[in-house]
Design a protein around this ligand. Structure first.
Ligand code: B12
Length: 492
């Protein structure tokens, strides 16, 4: 059996980092973790190839080679996924589809032959058994949340790693919290299911052996969902593993209560974590109550962010406007918060209601659902009727983006952050692309860019005041360039 694993193309979005990746001569953020994990679950005797359309084209010869195409996608890849599936039909290749967009809306893909939905640990085996018997059904689904102790290490060898800037790995699935707009709990459950420390170390060993030294992104919905386990087992194992090794800085997603636990923060930094994405959502307490984001309530959120930065964790933040309880001053409040906290990578979106969430059910009941869920929460779209009215919301939103990514505000925020940030301890291996990125930034931002004054100010300020953070300062300047391109293109 010959299987072609296809990952559709991402549009030019906030998280695609397309405009930033050019500086380091990379084609995509990370290889497709879901597909490579599924590849490792397929019979070893099957031949497998990966075609990630973010780094390569889908060739007719690939389709002619394949008996089956296995496709995975998120909702933002919907259009590219439809196009791939259609090409497979024309080429007479059978399509097996799985992953978040198909789990959520498989009925929108009539040309797919087999849907293997939810988590493959539950649904792939029955499909493979039926396939062998020549009686594969159209849909395989399961309400179970499988144990991931047996999930195999992804087949990294299928991906051409030189095209990627980072590699995703996964330690846990699920989140103990209950935010009403988030579909993680309906997709993956409340009880965080974890891999063992040994599984994670084996995955890292595999990547180290392949020569990977750049960053690793733990794609957990909430890395600290099971604090006891990570404190007693995983972080000590990571700290031990890191001894004598270079590179491989780690990043992840975590809830803000990480800032309440000094021991946990210290262990994470010692293990090599230097960045966490945190769902901040809003500084408005009533809106936090509305969406049941209890972990963010009753605290000084700016101080919590600073605590993380001071131990050596850069905070990237998610923000939302459009809650029923948002006052008309919310837009300025968000801008002030973002500037004050020094969250450089601030992803601000309109409130959206994904299928399967409590918010979706409430909006449906109140007759406030409209449009299709775009899945890209930085494109200025929403699928609900906001209580403040769509136009005031859009205008306020545009105003936030206009300000926070404008060079003056953006670079000021970088300095606020760098003043606070404790430089990471781990040694980064020098790569020639870093020098290249520096030269490109000088040309693109320092000579051609409208931000040239701010760029050179940051350049010299960091060189003299925070020299160890100079590479990070340049990286963030490049991020700013990407964010401005995306925001100008889609929202403003
Ligand atoms: C990592 C991640 C990212 C990374 C992606 C990096 C990469 N290229 O891999 C980044 C940060 C770029 C990202 C961005 C976004 N993401 Co994202 N992301 C995730 C996250 C946290 C983990 C995904 C992952 O790797 N999981 C680990 C693997 C092993 O799981 P998996 O892919 O689901 O695969 C399993 C099954 O789905 C299944 N399976 C998957 N594919 C296939 C294929 C076949 C053939 C079969 C049989 C089975 C199968 O088997 C696998 C093993 O069980 C998920 C949340 C989550 N926990 O799933 C959100 C998630 C996938 N993201 C989501 C969204 C919406 C986005 C954004 C659009 C958000 C935004 N702010 O705009 C952006 C858009 C991306 C872009 N570039 O434009 C949604 C998708 C919703 C949907 N219905 O599609 C999710 C589910 C989060 C959520 N709360 O809703 N994301």
């Amino acid at each position: 059996m010959k299987v072609l694993l296809v990952y559709p193309e991402f549009p030019d979005t906030f998280w695609s980092f397309k405009h930033a990746l050019k500086f380091v001569h990379k084609k995509a953020g990370a290889p497709p973790l879901g597909l490579l994990t599924v590849a490792a679950m397929l019979p070893t005797s099957w031949e497998k190839r990966l075609s990630d359309l973010n780094v390569t084209d889908l060739k007719e010869s690939d389709l002619a080679w394949a008996d089956y195409v296995f496709i995975s996608a998120m909702v933002v890849q919907r259009d590219s996924a439809q196009a791939v599936i259609h090409r497979c039909k024309l080429a007479n290749v059978k399509v097996v589809a799985g992953g978040p967009v198909f789990t959520m809306e498989y009925e929108k893909f009539p040309e797919v032959d087999h849907f293997v939905l939810n988590e493959a640990e539950e649904t792939l085996e029955p499909f493979l058994k039926d396939l062998e018997l020549g009686q594969a059904k159209r849909i395989y689904t399961s309400p179970q949340y499988p144990d991931i102790h047996l999930t195999p290490a992804p087949l990294w060898g299928l991906a051409n790693l030189k095209h990627y800037d980072t590699i995703s790995i996964q330690f846990s699935r699920g989140c103990p919290f209950n935010c009403d707009f988030c579909n993680v709990t309906s997709l993956l459950g409340h009880r965080p299911r974890t891999k063992t420390a040994a599984q994670i170390i084996a995955e890292l060993d595999g990547l180290y052996a392949l020569g990977w030294r750049k960053s690793i992104f733990f794609v957990d919905d909430n890395f600290i969902g099971n604090k006891k386990h990570i404190k007693s087992e995983v972080l000590p194992a990571l700290i031990e593993w890191r001894k004598g090794k270079t590179g491989m800085p780690l990043s992840t997603e975590a809830s803000i209560n990480l800032a309440d636990d000094p021991e946990l923060m210290r262990l994470m930094v010692d293990a090599g974590f230097d960045t966490v994405f945190v769902g901040i959502e809003t500084p408005n307490e009533d809106s936090l109550t509305e969406c049941s984001k209890t972990q963010n309530k009753g605290r000084d959120l700016v101080e919590s962010v600073k605590r993380l930065q001071r131990v050596g964790l850069q905070v990237q933040g998610g923000f939302i406007v459009g809650f029923d309880n948002d006052p008309s001053s919310i837009f300025q409040q968000q801008i002030d918060f973002i500037q004050k906290s020094g969250i450089v990578t601030a992803m601000v979106g309109l409130l959206q209601a994904p299928l399967g969430t409590r918010l979706y059910d409430r909006m449906k009941k109140e007759g406030r659902l409209v449009n299709e869920f775009s899945g890209d929460n930085v494109d200025g779209s929403t699928n609900i009727i906001p209580s403040m009215g769509l136009e005031p919301l859009r205008e306020g939103y545009r105003n936030i983006l206009r300000q926070i990514y404008a060079p003056k505000f953006f670079y000021a925020r970088v300095v606020t952050f760098l003043r606070e940030y404790q430089p990471p301890k781990i040694r980064i291996q020098f790569e020639s692309q870093y020098a290249l990125a520096l030269w490109r930034s000088i040309y693109q931002l320092g000579i051609r860019g409208s931000e040239r004054i701010q760029y050179w100010r940051l350049f010299f300020w960091t060189l003299f005041r925070r020299p160890r953070l100079f590479p990070l300062a340049i990286t963030l300047a490049i991020y700013g360039f990407h964010f401005r391109q995306v925001v100008d293109l889609h929202v403003l």
